[in-house]
Ligand binder design. Structure first.
Ligand code: ZN
Length: 101
């Protein structure tokens, strides 16, 4: 008598192995994505309102109608999106001073 569980044929085994591989690959890809998100979140938390050059705290200062972030360490100036254009429109000399031209 030849009872017991039928072993999968070679082709079936390959198929199962491939499905298993794809399933685990998907899990790993998901883990990768989560890790990337976590890294992004942590980086933002760590760097928010810190100078991109020296890492010191930025201080928000008013310049006319603009809010300029100035570094407490190296005196570097950081403008938010659109503020450089706005600053250039406000005062022709300011853009040159910021860029040191
Ligand atoms: Zn700085």
């Amino acid at each position: 008598m030849t009872g017991g569980i039928r072993k999968p044929t070679e082709g079936e085994g390959e198929y199962i192995a491939r499905i298993e591989y794809l399933r685990r690959k998907k899990v790993e890809e998901e883990k990768d994505r989560e890790m990337a998100e976590e890294t992004k979140r942590k980086r933002k938390e760590l760097h928010f309102m810190h100078c991109p050059k020296c890492g010191m705290q930025l201080i928000e200062v008013d310049y006319k109608t603009l809010k300029i972030d100035r570094c407490s360490g190296c005196d570097g100036v950081w403008l938010d999106a659109g503020e450089l254009e706005a600053a250039a429109g406000l005062d022709k000399g300011l853009l040159g001073r910021i860029l040191g031209l």
